[in-house]
Design a protein around this ligand. Structure first.
Ligand SMILES: *Cc1c(COP(=O)(O)O)cnc(C)c1O
Length: 384
């Protein structure tokens, strides 16, 4: 028998309390009881987002909320500066194109982060741009982008800042209001410790001004004004995934109990340990400035990355992710986000080490796990 361990950067493991809620009978959503739960969940989301603004709940995957951000603020012919550090940044460009906006692409090679200077240069060249789209945690490469710096640049500018924080919110510092993020998007299946099916988007006053001035709204379902109006009564314009929202209440309470800064610290510690472990196995890390919710490493020369994944899953019950598109077979992506702790990191490092030994990769067995353990121990003080 093998215990199955889900270590992909979405979906992620779901805590027991949340799973138990999901096992309960389905209830009707237009009720005082559900409205009270929704109100509570939206308050707790504001806490996780570090925002005072409304966070709108959408029933869709994360991409739906990205699409909602674009279609509610932009109209055909508008310029959208897209800061692209990987596949998810590319998604901003693709959504913009799909709705007739003109994407201004600022692209960096895989593994790099977009620099604030690049945003400044893009704004200088395109002062007429309407929106700026970027990614907090680029899940395709493990690169982190400096949202705080982007926000500071846009502070007194007309453009709004839209952030895909889907694999970053609830993992790494993300101060929506303090950093000047106008629309911040996340999905339920990453650090919010829930199955896929819900997405959320925060909206600042600056963004609402654009939305209210938009007379060419191209989406019916994702018309954010409808959500705002309905939420005045803690209601939603369409049937919400109320079962998921009731379950989310439990996951959010766990985050509240931990404290958001402690949540960030836990992920930082896991990220550091995982990077130490993989590096000690002679694996090269992809990202220069890495995120904390996942670790991305190149597979060694001459080793088939797809085979690593198959062996990990079939032989060890450990499910990690590989590369997408042009990175397929070339990288592995190990998640440590959401309902995970340091022992999950040790498990992943250990399993990868065993698979690499099996495949004849040169390494000292135990070197990875020792380095990860050492990293985790470095913060511990001896107690009498
Ligand atoms: C997972 C992820 C998405 C996902 O979108 P879905 O529509 O939920 O599949 C978008 N952006 C980032 C950075 C992600 O990690």
């Amino acid at each position: 028998m093998l215990k199955q361990r889900l270590m992909t950067p979405g979906p992620t493991p779901v805590p027991e309390e949340t799973l138990l809620e999901l096992a309960k009978p389905v209830t009707f959503h237009r009720s005082g009881q559900f409205r009270a739960i929704l109100a509570e969940v939206l308050e707790d989301l504001k806490y996780v987002y570090c925002t005072k603004n409304l966070v709108l709940p959408l029933t869709c995957s994360g991409t739906g909320a990205m699409e909602a951000a674009i279609t509610s603020t932009g109209v055909p012919g508008d310029k959208a500066i897209c800061l692209i550090s990987g596949r998810w940044g590319e998604r901003w460009r693709n959504i913009s194109k799909a709705f007739g906006l003109i994407p201004i692409e600022i692209t960096v090679p895989y593994g790099k982060s977009v620099s604030p200077a690049q945003l400044e240069a893009a704004l200088k060249e395109h002062p007429d741009a309407k929106i700026v789209c970027c990614t907090l945690s680029e899940t395709a490469t493990g690169a982190r982008n400096d949202i705080k710096a982007f926000g500071a640049i846009l502070k007194d500018k007309p453009q709004i800042l839209i952030v895909d924080a889907i694999s970053g919110l609830g993992v790494m510092e993300c101060r929506t209001d303090d950093w000047g993020v106008d629309m911040c998007v996340t999905g339920s299946q990453k650090a919010l410790m829930l199955p896929a099916g819900l997405a959320f988007i925060s909206v600042s006053d600056k963004a609402w001004k654009l939305i209210d001035a938009n007379t060419q709204q191209k989406s019916f379902y994702f018309d954010l004004k409808k959500y705002r109006d309905n939420l005045k009564n803690n209601d939603t314009p369409f049937t919400p995934a109320n079962t998921l929202i009731k379950a989310l209440k439990h996951s959010l309470k766990m985050l509240r109990a931990e404290g958001i800064e402690n949540t960030w610290a836990r992920h930082a510690r896991m990220g550091k340990a995982c990077r130490a472990g993989l590096s000690a196995m002679n694996l090269k890390l992809l990202a220069e400035d890495p995120v904390d919710g996942l670790t991305v490493a190149w597979v060694p020369e001459g080793v088939d990355g797809t085979e690593i994944l198959t062996r990990l899953e079939k032989g060890y019950g450990v499910k990690v992710a590989g590369g997408q598109d042009t990175l397929k077979g070339k990288i592995i992506r190990v998640a440590h986000m959401g309902y995970m702790d340091m022992f999950d990191v040790l498990t992943a490092v250990s399993a990868i080490e065993m698979v690499l030994v099996e495949m004849g990769h040169k390494l000292e067995p135990g070197a990875g796990i020792a380095a990860a353990q050492k990293s985790l121990t470095s913060g511990i003080k001896a107690k009498a």
